[in-house]
Design a protein around this ligand. Sequence first.
Ligand SMILES: C[S@@+](CC[C@H](N)C(=O)[O-])C[C@H]1O[C@@H](n2cnc3c(N)ncnc32)[C@H](O)[C@@H]1O
Length: 388
Amino acid sequence: MTWDELADRLRESGALSADWEETFRALPRDRFTPARIHHGGEWIDFETSPARWSELAASDLPLATQLYEGTETPSSSSSMPTVVATMLRHLDVADGMRVLDVGTGTGWTAGLLSHRLGPDNVVTIEVDPKLRATTRSPTATDRAPGCLCPLGAEAPPLQLSPKGSPLPAQHNIESERELWDTYASGIKDNVFDAGPVFRWTQYADHGPGPELLGAPTSALEIGCGTGRAMATLAEQGVKVTGVDLSPVMVDKVAERWGPSGVQIHCAEVLDYLSGTDETWDAIYSMFGAVWFTDPLKLFPLIAARLNPGGVLVFSQPPAIPGAYGPQGMYKGGFAGRALYTYRYSYTPRRWASLLLRSGFESAEAGVLDAPTEGHIGTLIVAARTSTA
Ligand SMILES: C[S@@+](CC[C@H](N)C(=O)[O-])C[C@H]1O[C@@H](n2cnc3c(N)ncnc32)[C@H](O)[C@@H]1O
């Protein structure tokens, strides 16, 4: 079961009220679940059993996250989603209210409250120093963008304030579309007039080519930009579709590459993938939509739209060390209208984990060095769905 399917069920059962639905869907429990959970008499570790761990995190079960020493009795757990949704419904909060959350645990409830009411309106307290330590571990923080920690080990026990805590990225698609329209308008005509070119990296004549996609009959490029990579595939007889957020870009691509048989749609990638029945042998992104979209939302949609044994390949700049998750980026300097987007950055290992827990059977990620030593390399990630 996916998190959205669980949310559907809780809406149907009445546990989840309409006013909590958006927040509940936006903050899946897995973002707050520690790397190890205890279930059915055994510890399940995200690193070694990502599929089982993800299945449990998206289930309607309570998950023990800590046991009393030498026993199998939980001393802390992540509550059953039905119970959390019901409790929040009964809490009957309204905008502007302030809430004290007593017993942070994994921080999920506090995260939900913080998302709904704003971080300044929620204070959460936790008496157990070990739990506070777990929540602020780098792994858990990476997994939990809405996490309300960190708290220094030396801090007094009853002060886990969410002030200044990160909230999930708040995409404003209209503003992002305008940003990309400005970008598209700035691309010189000679780039569109130039011939097909297919390259995963930012450097000419460097790195692998279309062979990373295997030998697809059909392919979809998400965030296709100028469309020159699609034109390369179309020349090879592949049935190619592109999707891009920017109407300016899409008009230019349709005019330039439409006659070559390239199909192009103007849409936001999550909307497009959730609204189509079509499937492809390969889906790819070159510094494209994968870079700018929440992978927890995007990857399951891509996995569902790939044919059995289909591949996802994407490339983009590697993360800057220590800067992981959504990275906000203003368009064109720091004066003028606030047009911004988010770029998602993770380590290769984390990209692979995200893919494996989103329905892919295998995933490989690595950084290809630049042609010049010390220059920025290219992250290249490839994942495959099962052939069954
Ligand atoms: C940096 S460009 C790279 C495009 C392409 N690889 C090229 O070489 O021209 C990123 C593209 O992704 C598109 N894009 C960004 N966010 C998107 C989203 N959420 N859905 C669809 N397209 C998106 C932008 O409009 C832009 O054309």
